[in-house]
Design a protein around this ligand. Structure first.
Ligand code: GLU
Length: 292
């Protein structure tokens, strides 16, 4: 792993940037800048059925308008499919994956998990799944504390390449973070559930995993995640008051007359301890300037 700090924000272009993503972008940015590190933006457009190129432009424009500027030109996962295939081949050589013809319906009884190797073959349409493992992963999350993943890999075989040929986020994110020498991930707590599988892939590929911290997830008054799936509204570009509200959700209360000043003031004030142990923060969205 790189000895210097390299952080990243990795939005999926399935919609415009919403408030929850701005909070995540800011947290990863502030952590990187406080450590005098680099901060990279990576577009996670690996899922060709849900991602749209119009959102790539929109997300980058919004990030720029908040002066959240990638230290290198943003990359797109869709440019790296051969590399994902190479690593899938490596896992196949290690006998860590298996072809699977199961359908969503046939797995319904297992709540979306795939409990064991099935009687599938490579001749009919198949996905590639990671084999189940009994390994228990534990790591220290600087915000969420000690996390122990006991059963996340047991009787659960995530898809690494889908039947339709698209690679999964799980494989792509690990290959990308390794290639880009990302040393620290600061991301939303909704991604905790993906972490054990990622730590397992790091171990199988014999790579060192980055340090990972999960910020509390921004939820609405009903306790639901603010997400594109919930039709979260886009934020206005370059809106100082939205930025100040996002910072206050990260425990940073400041006044500023412009975005540059706000970011400069926020960098030294960012402190993971303020968020410690919290898994959600509730949004009072009446204060926000959203695009209807
Ligand atoms: N692309 C993922 C998302 O938009 C984030 C992945 C990550 O930070 O690991 O939810």
């Amino acid at each position: 792993m790189a000895s210097r700090y390299i952080g990243r924000f990795a939005p999926s272009p399935t919609g415009p940037l919403h408030f929850g993503s701005l909070v995540s972008a800011l947290a990863s940015y502030l952590d990187a800048k406080q450590h005098s590190g680099s901060w990279l933006v990576r577009i996670e457009d690996v899922d060709g059925t849900r991602c749209k190129s119009q959102y790539i432009e929109q997300i980058l424009t919004t990030l720029n308008s908040y002066q959240l500027l990638s230290d290198e030109s943003p990359i797109k996962q869709s440019d790296f499919t051969q590399e994902y295939q190479d690593h899938l081949n490596l896992l196949k050589q290690q006998d860590q994956i298996f072809p699977c013809n199961c359908t969503r319906q046939s797995l319904q009884a297992y709540q979306g998990r795939h409990p064991h190797i099935c009687q599938s073959n490579e001749l009919s349409p198949h996905s590639w799944r990671l084999k189940s493992s009994n390994v228990i992963y534990r790591y220290h999350d600087a915000i969420q504390g000690e996390l122990i993943f006991q059963d996340d890999l047991k009787d659960n075989c995530p898809v690494l390449k889908r039947k339709d040929g698209y690679f999964s986020y799980q494989l792509a994110v690990v290959v990308d973070d390794h290639r880009q020498e990302i040393s620290h991930l600061v991301r939303g707590a909704d991604l905790i559930e993906t972490t054990a599988q990622q730590l397992h892939l790091y171990a199988l590929l014999d790579w060192e995993a980055p340090k990972i911290s999960h910020i509390p997830l921004v939820v609405n008054q009903a306790g639901n995640k603010i997400s594109k799936q919930n039709h979260a509204k886009a934020i206005q570009d370059g809106d100082l008051s939205t930025l100040l509200i996002a910072l206050s959700y990260l425990g940073i209360e400041i006044n500023a007359s412009n975005i540059t000043e706000a970011l400069n003031k926020a960098i030294p004030l960012w402190n993971k301890e303020i968020l410690r142990g919290r898994s959600t923060i509730t949004l009072a969205d009446q204060h926000l300037h959203l695009i209807q």
